[in-house]
Design a protein around this ligand. Structure first.
Ligand code: G3H
Ligand code: 13P
Ligand code: ZN
Length: 311
């Protein structure tokens, strides 16, 4: 099976009340850990690549790794550009074998966001590639760009129909209170998401797939392992898993996870070095990092996303 688009995955996920995990990949061990987990529980997958990942690993290495994962597992896997900032990076990924791209025009004016998204959709659709757009801004850090709490803003449900109709996008990322990174909520406050906005968006766009960014849960187990082995993560708080389950049962068909992968891999490697300070073969500690990613992703698929058995 070749790398697939997200069209069929989203149709089934919407109807079935579950979501597809979109996991960020940066190297071979991350790709393998995620896809081995998905293979164990027979789940479809979205593997996504940021501009930073392309800079770190090079486009061609990441596409070849994802092609290898498809050949190895036979799973339906989509290869997606995460947070494309402009037409050029989206075009480069369409031309370079991606099956899905995100054009993130969320920091632009409504009209400029529509114009650039429309331009990407026209090019991508001509090449059989699907497009994710974004309305509303998430707080947090992406590719060294920091969006402050004051500059973040919830999606306005009254804008979504016009945006989708005028751009032709295939899915839409919305801002309902999640943010990127490991520090999502103020310590001592109760994490809250605006499910009322999600509900209203879904009412206005029946059957249309919605995307949730910034959806790592910052699982205490991994934070504790990191801190017990020399790390310093203070007040790292993520999105509670029951909220993600609720979003997945609603219109959310794609749930983006990166920070949890980073935390799991770091936890495994830090613990390994503490237990084996004499080791210096990368295969020894990267095996542990990959194992930690596999365990995390399996748990996400089965206990949070609900996409197990849906490949
Ligand atoms: O949303 C951002 C993702 O976590 C990717 O992060 O740009 O550091 O690769 P990155
Ligand atoms: P997290 O930082 O919560 O993992 O979010 C990742 C993301 O949204 C990638 O686009
Ligand atoms: Zn994101």
């Amino acid at each position: 099976m070749p790398i697939v688009t997200t069209t069929e995955m989203f149709e089934k996920a919407y109807k079935g009340g579950y979501a597809i995990g979109a996991f960020n990949v940066n190297n071979m061990e991350i790709v393998q850990g995620i896809t081995e987990a998905a293979a164990e529980v027979n789940s479809p997958l979205i593997l996504q690549v940021s501009a930073g990942a392309r800079k770190y690993a090079k486009h061609v290495y990441l596409t070849k790794l994802v092609e290898a994962a498809v050949a190895d597992t036979g799973l339906p896997i989509a290869l997606h550009l995460d947070h494309g900032a402009d037409f050029d990076i989206c075009k480069s990924c369409v031309d370079g074998g991606f099956t899905s791209v995100m054009i993130d025009g969320s920091s632009r004016s409504f009209e400029d966001n529509i114009a650039v998204t429309r331009q990407v959709v026209e090019y991508a659709h001509d090449h059989g590639v699907v497009v994710e757009g974004e309305l509303g801004r998430l707080e947090g850090v992406e590719d060294d760009v920091v969006v402050s709490a004051e500059d973040s803003s919830y999606t306005r449900p009254e804008d979504v129909q016009e945006f989708v109709e005028r751009t032709g996008v295939d899915s839409l990322a919305i801002a309902i209170g999640t943010s990127h990174g490991a520090y999502k909520f103020k310590p001592g406050t109760k994490p809250q998401l605006r499910f009322d906005i999600l509900e209203e968006v879904a009412r206005r766009l029946p059957g249309f797939p919605i995307v949730l960014h910034g959806a790592s849960s910052v699982i205490p187990k991994y934070v504790d392992i990191i801190n017990a082995n020399g790390g310093k993560l203070v007040d790292a708080i993520g999105v509670p898993e029951d909220m993600l389950r609720k979003a997945a049962s609603m219109a959310v068909c794609k749930i983006n996870i990166d920070s949890d992968l980073r935390l799991a891999m770091t936890a495994g490697i830090r613990q390994h070095f503490n237990e084996h300070p004499e080791h210096f073969d990368p295969r020894q500690y990267l095996t542990v990092g990959r194992d930690y990613i596999r365990e995390l992703v399996k748990d996400k698929i089965v206990n949070v996303l609900g996409s197990d058995g849906k490949a």
